[in-house]
Design a binder for this molecule. Structure first.
Ligand SMILES: [Zn+2]
Length: 341
């Protein structure tokens, strides 16, 4: 059943190269083709120069962040080579002292524990997946779904429900408040599919807004480019009592225009760096780091160092690499557009 669901999602969400270039979901092109990227001398110069940030310890990240496509979902990357991801339910994992991952290998949800209840980030594809994967995962982890006070949807696409599909069921079953960027409520609600009903519109998120529940404050930014309202969520985390911050970027690193790139630069320089963010995360494991392996390492050695956290010094090099290579992709796209006209 799981494989069939994934296969059908892939068929719907990313059939062929053209859609793959759009990075899942309909909409404008989000990154240059490998040929366009290579053809831009300026993009290549920037990417070569960005390598200095990788040192010996961020080579995987350099390859991931500085390709023509930037970070890609594992399922889509496999699909591009004619393979299908064999999906499965991941053992619920306490990725930080206050954050759990529950869900599938292809995608899932984060549960943030606060002193006054739970915040759920994303809801899988459907009612059935929310009810039969997220809820049992939470219960296995000792988390009571009735304690979910807020659900934050990292983004949504018209007609595609991989983050939003379970929200309606949670809304009627446990009555949490539901938040998504205003732009993505606007885009997704009129395009609902009858078999994938969305949550009723609840709270709009705008750029720079915060949400406090008990002892925990989330900071939201909106990073348009993947969808019009993909969220960058800054989440305070603890690992063995030490405080840190992670940045959940719902929209990949799709910043194909100057305006979108400028927003990314603002979020890196005014949020990520000053807040001391130490990792980029997504509810699709594997997008920004080998999350499945990291979670296995955490389960095996829950008292060891947290492999997800880069540490401040490495994170700052990582953010520089992210910005430079996003800029290189915009330049390659602009040059390709000029060549066409
Ligand atoms: Zn998406």
């Amino acid at each position: 059943m799981r494989n069939i669901l994934v296969a059908s999602c892939i068929a719907l969400c990313a059939a062929g190269t053209a859609l793959a270039q759009r990075g899942g979901g309909a909409g404008p092109v989000r990154f240059p083709t490998p040929a366009q990227f290579k053809a831009s001398a300026e993009a290549q110069r920037i990417v070569a120069d960005a390598k200095k940030y990788a040192g010996t310890d961020l080579q995987w990240h350099y390859t991931n962040v500085c390709s023509s496509m930037g970070p890609q979902r594992v399922a889509l990357a496999l699909e591009a080579t004619g393979q299908t991801l064999k999906d499965y339910t991941v053992e619920p994992t306490k990725v930080f002292d206050n954050v759990w991952y529950v869900g599938l290998a292809s995608q899932g949800a984060f549960v943030i524990q606060t002193s006054d209840g739970l915040i759920l980030i994303d809801t899988l594809n459907t009612t059935e997946e929310a009810r039969d994967i997220i809820v049992p995962g939470m219960k296995k982890a000792g988390l009571d779904p009735a304690q979910i006070k807020y659900i934050v949807l990292s983004h949504g696409h018209p007609g595609q429900t991989d983050h939003t599909g379970g929200a309606g069921w949670f809304q009627t079953t446990y009555k949490p408040r539901i938040l998504m960027a205003k732009e993505d409520w606007d885009a997704t609600l009129p395009a609902q599919r009858p078999e994938r009903p969305l949550a009723k519109r609840d709270m709009d998120i705008t750029h720079g807004q915060t949400l406090t529940l008990g002892d925990t404050t989330l900071t939201f930014t909106t990073l348009f480019g993947h969808s019009d309202g993909s969220l960058g969520i800054f989440i305070p985390v603890k690992w063995r009592g030490q405080s840190s911050v992670i940045w959940l970027h719902g929209g990949g690193l799709h910043h194909p225009t100057r305006a979108s790139l400028a927003r990314l630069e603002e979020v890196v320089n005014k949020y990520a760096r000053p807040m001391g963010a130490e990792a980029l995360m997504n509810t699709h494991p594997g997008l920004y780091q080998d999350t499945i392996a990291d979670m296995a390492a955490i389960r095996k050695n829950p008292n060891g160092p947290n492999p997800i956290l880069l540490g401040r010094e490495r994170a700052n090099r990582y953010w520089s690499m992210v910005l430079d290579c996003a800029r290189a992709r915009v330049i390659a796209l602009e040059e390709a557009a000029k060549t066409r006209s």
